[in-house]
Ligand binder design. Structure first.
Ligand code: CO
Length: 151
């Protein structure tokens, strides 16, 4: 029985080395009626095949006044994505349609609303610098954070 328990523990440990558990690959982030997120950095295991981001707007202002989105891209692409987002304007959701530089993006939400996005990590690298940011009305100037895959 003791050997059996050890085997089970070994098997569970082996499995966890191969694939991170789903809850390790999910993150919840918030923003309110200010130009900031609830966290300045998101770090997740590189073993996550898929990452899920839940984004809650805890403020009171409607999307038209203080909308936010959560966009992920290489840090090097942030400014160009924002520039094209400004050109797209509110009607275009502050993102260029079909922008291939965008790795993931949520809808724009207002106070009291929640949204989420899931994306595959295939093609992402632990060595790359990624940022998450809000493209609404150039919020990304200050509303941004660092995204890192560990390992
Ligand atoms: Co914003």
């Amino acid at each position: 029985m003791k050997n059996f328990s050890s085997l089970v523990i070994f098997l569970i440990a082996s499995m966890s080395l191969q694939t991170a558990a789903a809850d390790e690959c999910a993150v919840t982030i918030e923003a309110g009626d200010a130009l900031s997120y609830s966290m300045s950095a998101i770090e997740l295991p590189s073993s996550c095949a898929t990452i899920s981001v839940t984004f809650n707007h805890t403020g009171n202002l409607p999307a038209a006044a203080m909308g936010h989105n959560w966009v992920l891209a290489k840090t090097a692409d942030l400014q160009a994505i924002q520039n094209d987002g400004n050109a797209a304007g509110a009607a275009g959701g502050y993102l260029k349609a079909g922008d291939a530089r965008v790795i993931a993006a949520t809808d724009i939400i207002g106070g009291g609303e929640s949204t989420s996005v899931s994306f595959a990590t295939a093609g992402l690298s632990a060595a790359e610098d990624y940022s998450f940011f809000c493209t609404v009305m150039s919020h990304s100037v200050v509303m941004k954070g660092v995204f890192t895959l560990n390992g």
